[in-house]
Write a protein that binds this ligand. Sequence first.
Ligand code: NAD
Length: 423
Amino acid sequence: MSLSYTAQNSGAWQTYLTQIDRVTPYLDADLGNFINTLKRPKRTLIVDVPIVMDDGTIRHFEGYRVQHNLSRGPGKGGIRYHHDVELNEVMALSAWMTIKTAVLNLPFGGAKGGVRVNPKELSPRELERLTRRFTSEISSIIGPQIDIPAPDVGTNANIMGWMMDTYSSIKGHTVTGVVTGKPVHLGGSLGRVRATGRGVFVTGLEVAKRINLPVAGSKVAVQGFGNVGNEAAYLFSQAGAKVVCVQDHTGTIFNAEGFNVKALQKHVAEHGGVMGFVDATVITDEAFWDVDMDILIPAALEGQITVERAQKLKAKIVLEGANGPTYPEADDVFVSRNITVVPDVICNAGGVTVSYFEWVQDMASYFWSEDEINERLDKLMIQAMGDVWNTAAQKECSLRTAAYILACERILKARKERGIFPG
Ligand code: NAD
């Protein structure tokens, strides 16, 4: 990718603040009075994470947990392991979680965490030590009724298992509900791993139907072929769409006839990236944005869609699998070009929705089947997508602003009705 990740993500919090400024004129004055509550995180913890490396040396890593807003319930949000993680980015990601849980009307606030580390450079034992020490450092502000972490970029179910075990050791008893996205045999939920990609697909279908774009035969391009991107690509291919272009950290591949997504998943599992896949033409990373496509799924990292890229993009629908992939100025270009953007705060909310189901199942110690999970997930996503679509039509605004209107009304109403302590 030609844009540097660090340069792009350092503006993530600014992007979020611009989004809040854009929604403010749509809010009733009595709620608008509380808008500043969304412009700063409630609580921010920066921790030093020292670990003993396999060679006996000691290395220090910097970690964060940010609780952006807790007005509607415990904090909820993932833990990112990436070598460019920084506070500004974690703050933005936590704020987007506040909006996301409210758009889906889940009883949570928003939080996010991260450690500045390249997990691929650590051995499995080092990764475990890092995870356990980080969990111990943030243990005073997490808990099933306080703040519930989950996986994000660079973390996975195994890491959530270690987090749950470490927290449980500190508490002296098993506390499954402290994290979601755990392995199924440790209180995880069926359907969680694929939930975010599934939500991208479900919201995509809803919008395609409304703009009369037949999904069968449509051309799809996906940036990022990890947890989110690969499942979304698979479901679109199953629905008859052609996945014509895929980009990941190893490069960009193209096939006008559409890839065999199952075979590509297998290749990525074996080789760690899309490069080297058969039946593919390698194109430059920047050429990704020129490809003839109907649907774009950014599913890698934030800060990818600039004004220049938005101006030349051929897609009719953008499904934001990633968090914060589009700059506010690029959003304006999409509005003027009549390109429909399904914003991250609803498009990729499938993961947090099934995380909510996992938390509910852990609380009850009673587990549902995968069909039940998917049925409930589809129902909530379709309902929320319909609400956002209708709000956009009513207020004559973009889907992003509509999602923010719905979310901010719910959050600020909760804030107002709780009152400001000590009154
Ligand atoms: P992942 O680590 O499984 O996959 C990330 C993908 O992005 C990989 O294919 C990687 O190769 C690619 N990538 C990384 N750097 C890249 C670069 N410079 N250029 C092109 N591709 C690059 O992560 P994920 O869980 O799939 O998350 C992807 C995005 O979706 C993130 O923005 C994340 O916050 C968001 N998200 C994830 C979930 C979830 O449940 N996993 C939920 C909501 C939002």
